[in-house]
Design a binder for this molecule. Sequence first.
Ligand code: 5AD
Ligand code: SF4
Length: 448
Amino acid sequence: MEKKIYIETYGCQMNFSDSEIVASIITEKNYTSSDKAEDADIIFLNTCSIRENAEQKVFNRLKQLQHLRKNKPGLVLGVLGCMAERLKTSLLEEKEMGMRVDMVVGPDSYRDLPQLLLDVENGQKAVNVILSSEETYADITPVRYASNGVSAFISIMRGCENFCTYCVVPFTRGKERSRKPESIINEAKGLFRDGYREITLLGQNVNSYHWQDEQSGKAWSFPALMEAVALIDPALRIRFATSHPKDMSDELLQIIALHPNICMAIHLPAQSGSSNVLKKMNRKYTREDYMDRIHAIRRILPGCAISTDLIAGFCGETEEDHQQTLSLMHEVGFDFAFMFKYSERPGTLAAKKLADDVPEKVKSRRLQEIIDLQNELSLKSNQADVGKEFEVLIEGTSKKSEKRVSGRNSQNKVVVFDNNKDFKPGDYAKVKITACSSATLQGEYVEG
Ligand code: 5AD
Ligand code: SF4
């Protein structure tokens, strides 16, 4: 009998993309996928280690899932992804953990899953947390089991070697490596043929994408790759994430300017507005360098949305440093931001060398100030769009009303409007913005 497998994904887009690779590897081998943990024989949690609360969420979920063993003694519970890589065999220590985990599989070992499942069936605990300097899963066609049929991720590179001092990623995802361009372009072509209309090229640090073709000697940079994907069809939108400010070249911005189907939205994590803090974070740029990149975006791509990541309360952050983060936010006028409290991660350079000395209360207050300011900035940015027209790629019906559809404009803003034209997911519509909140734009369809 075919066994049913259920995958639950936590964390970043890369993890969601990896889960599609896992689904592909597994369903080729006599397993079928299930969309409910309760129905499954095998449950995988694809996990995230970026902050302590991300790990806590997974521990709670693992504990909660244990009761399913009562009705299903053969249930296999596997931890995949960054927590598997970080915590390794300690996850299998039943006494210490206060629960049972059967499998631990790191992000570079998914090809080994069918064998590891056999090992578990034979009564062994299964572990593979070996990191690779080559694995890109280039030949695996992801199974898009949770997709809206319109937008898809394509992973173009893996790993990170930037070693920002706060970040656990270089330890859990290993060395940076790029995927063969042909396999990326073919995957994008296949998605377009299947009706997809938006592709996000994914990597921890996409601007350092690099591929040297052994036979022809031809070198591929990220701008070249993006251009090749953009040329597949003008109706296929291209996005990318995430970029490191130190590698955001004018050449890349010029390629975006040249192709209307490359979206006008750049995610450029600043982390802090203080050069002192940036230095302690090992970000390799100053506030001025960051602003120089912002000015380049404004110059080459007028109308481009800019979003960011910010960390409140990093080691040694003073009130003045925090004020500089707020002033950077004002100066750039971010359209959107992901905002976090600093969370010390064991094994990172910050954990080893810097004191986590900003009191919890102060971190919380600073984070709240950052969030409040971003809400104002997002509202302002949306208000400035009222009266403008945008091309919207429709993703589905609006959550609030069946009669309305929801999609995104090139700037990655959610736009909701009346479906008075029998629009389907994947259709493009020209929409005039009539109202907004800090989170969404409301509009109406305009002919032409
Ligand atoms: N604490 C808080 N936020 C972190 N990030 C990465 N590591 C940490 C940490 N230890 C944030 C950064 C990064 C985003 C993915 O997560 O802002 O850009
Ligand atoms: Fe972490 Fe820095 Fe790499 Fe991003 S660039 S994954 S923040 S080490």
